[in-house]
Design a protein around this ligand. Structure first.
Ligand code: KIV
Length: 265
């Protein structure tokens, strides 16, 4: 087992080592990612769509996120486990944000939390980090704001919106975030933000200049039946492979081939 990844260690990767991150929401997948040397395992609220079948990330609850985070934490030994704070678990007040962030650390075994939004989130991030909980920021296409955006589209194409995202990243750094996720923005803006902050940027559809990259594991493995975004490179087609294996099992059971002597007592 490699040395444990901490938020301090991830922060120290800026300019030194690229940070490799993926999502997980159960014990078995978390173990695979950890054993493969992934540095940061995110229990993303994308599990609302990939595991729970919702159309957006909005419905997933604290209870569900705590349940999945605990399963992931049991499977990880080396990676940093970051729990995504679900929609409306930190927006109401600073007190609510600190209380719910604490639940991920105390009862689910996470090492850090992630929350979406820029300068607006500074009071919550300051209070959470002041209470000893590392925070990963997330700006750009923040899926919890889908009702405001109207669609999942590239952010920061215009001069003003790009400048706002640069300011947001700086505000998150000043508030104490140890790194920031940049989602779905032009390559040049990803480069500009990365050069403009002292904390690592972790890109998802934000180009190659970020200090690290994250993908949703279901997209990478070809397991998500819904539409994947352009930035989600598919490294395997496990969905087809699973269908093939399940169909073989179906045929063998129907034909009386399984179980054979090798699988009987
Ligand atoms: O929920 C999620 O999976 C995310 C992404 C950044 C991967 O927030």
């Amino acid at each position: 087992m490699g040395e444990k990844w901490t938020a301090v260690r991830i922060r120290g990767c800026k300019g030194a080592e690229r940070i490799v991150c993926l999502t997980a929401h159960d014990y078995s997948v978390a173990r695979v990612l950890d054993e493969a040397g992934i540095h940061l395992v995110l229990v993303g609220d994308s599990l609302a769509m990939t595991a729970l079948g919702y159309q957006t990330t909005l419905p997933v609850t604290m209870r569900e996120m705590l349940h999945h985070t605990a399963a992931v934490a049991r499977g990880v030994r080396s990676a940093l486990v970051v729990a995504d704070m679900p929609f409306m678990s930190y927006q109401e007040s600073v007190e609510q944000a600190v209380r719910n962030a604490g639940r991920f650390i105390k009862s689910a075994g996470a090492d850090a939390v992630k929350l979406e939004g820029g300068a607006l989130r500074v009071p919550a991030i300051k209070a959470i980090t002041a209470n000893g909980i590392p925070v990963l920021g997330h700006i750009g296409l923040t899926p919890q704001s889908i009702r405001e955006f109207g669609s999942y589209r590239v952010q920061g194409r215009e001069t003003e919106t790009a400048a706002k995202l640069v300011d947001d990243a700086r505000a998150l750094e000043d508030a104490g975030a140890f790194a920031v996720v940049l989602e779905c923005m032009p390559v040049e803006l990803g480069r500009r933000i990365t050069a403009g902050v002292g904390i690592p940027t972790i890109g998802i559809g934000a180009g190659p200049h970020c200090d690290g990259q994250v993908l949703v594991t279901h997209d990478l493995l070809g397991l998500y039946a819904g539409k994947s975004p352009k930035f989600a490179k598919r490294y395997a087609d496990l969905g087809s492979e699973m269908k093939r294996a399940v169909a073989s099992y179906r045929d063998e059971v129907a034909g009386g081939v399984f179980p054979d002597a090798d699988h009987s007592y």
